[in-house]
Design a protein around this ligand. Sequence first.
Ligand SMILES: Cc1cc2nc3c(=O)[nH]c(=O)nc-3n(C[C@H](O)[C@H](O)[C@H](O)COP(=O)(O)OP(=O)(O)OC[C@H]3O[C@@H](n4cnc5c(N)ncnc54)[C@H](O)[C@@H]3O)c2cc1C
Length: 395
Amino acid sequence: MTVWIEAELCDGCRRCLKICPYGALELRDGRAYILEQCTFCGACLNVCKKGAILTDAEPRTIPDFSDRKGVWVFAEQRDGELNPVSLELLGKAQVLAETLNQEISALLLGYRVSDLSKTLIKYGADNVYLVEHKALADYRTLAYTKAVEELVRKYKPNIFLIGASHIGRDLAPRVSRRVGVGLTADCTELTIDPDEGILLQTRPAFGGNVMATIANRYSRPQMATVRPGVMEALPKPDKKGNMIKHKVSLLEKEIGTKILEVVKEKKKGVDITKAKVIVAGGRGVGDDKGFKKLQKLAAILGGEVAGTRIVVEKGWIPSENQVGQTGKSVRPEIYIACGVSGAIQHRAGMMNSRYIIAINTDPRAAIFQVADWGIVGDLHEVVPEMIKQLKGKNF
Ligand SMILES: Cc1cc2nc3c(=O)[nH]c(=O)nc-3n(C[C@H](O)[C@H](O)[C@H](O)COP(=O)(O)OP(=O)(O)OC[C@H]3O[C@@H](n4cnc5c(N)ncnc54)[C@H](O)[C@@H]3O)c2cc1C
């Protein structure tokens, strides 16, 4: 493929110079000129209003995806217990499937797990593809990858969502590679483009400084992972659905790994993703002693204490209690942010909280942009006052 410029058409507007990611264009005598570092990426082709940049490459056509139907969710289970992220994804799948007028299917893999299909249907699945095999009793990468790949190839979904859990982060890229499609990891929002009907997958990029929206026009299924706690489960108690059994042949020798022993690590602290109330502290708390006030307030409200990455780095709270892009995503009923500036990486983990209360001395702090109630003041005065007012009340 080559790219060239019809010099007489070029008006020297510089649009192509600005868009070129490789600095491979410059102006010579008022006309664009292609330098040798051009990689023929094609980024300049569409910005030229005069049609002066030409290529011999065939225009890329969007394949016919009319046989690709349905929104799929990988139903992750361990020891017969569903990971809540799968139910959250079924909640988002309901919204996407309604827009597309397509069905929702859950993929349930394991051994003697068929009972879980009822729960999946009650959380929105129209169909549950059930694959049961002894070799699937515990998660093993190659066994699960083979079964999921077979299902994708046979039933041809349009969209496929997987939780960004330990298992999901291992499985999703394997499957996407096997079926030859892209994968957008750690999405924080998923919507359908109203014009093209394709999945718009939003996730933090460049160290969390911008939110990038990624769309996949040229392959199916459109695959994304979503972190636990980001989406909302939407139970549908009266929903009815079908179970479709799929047989898979799995030989130990092709699985590559053997589980000798399962050792469960005792959970150290509390699980903030399950808390209904979170009192979070940031650098403004001052020191670890300052967190005692926050703990008192959390105890009165029956909640847990969490914090920003900075306070974890300072050792004021354990790392399991960090909220944000590199911490946990939480969605409590009430999130009280004390001395938290509200950096985008922190907001990514808490902005789905039902009600956000922010206490900050700086009225311009970004946390106030997402807060339902903002208190401009010193947390060392405000928090003790809140404790005083709330003491003795029942929650
Ligand atoms: C790749 C990457 C990933 C990241 N991941 C995360 C993440 O997962 N989670 C996370 O939290 N951060 C993360 N960060 C860091 C993030 O960018 C911010 O630096 C961090 O969130 C800021 O923490 P903070 O709000 O505690 O501190 P600061 O930004 O320093 O804010 C302190 C706030 O306290 C207020 N304040 C000071 N004294 C008082 C007082 N007495 N009373 C009331 N208010 C007071 C100040 O006005 C200020 O707004 C990440 C950064 C990068 C680059």
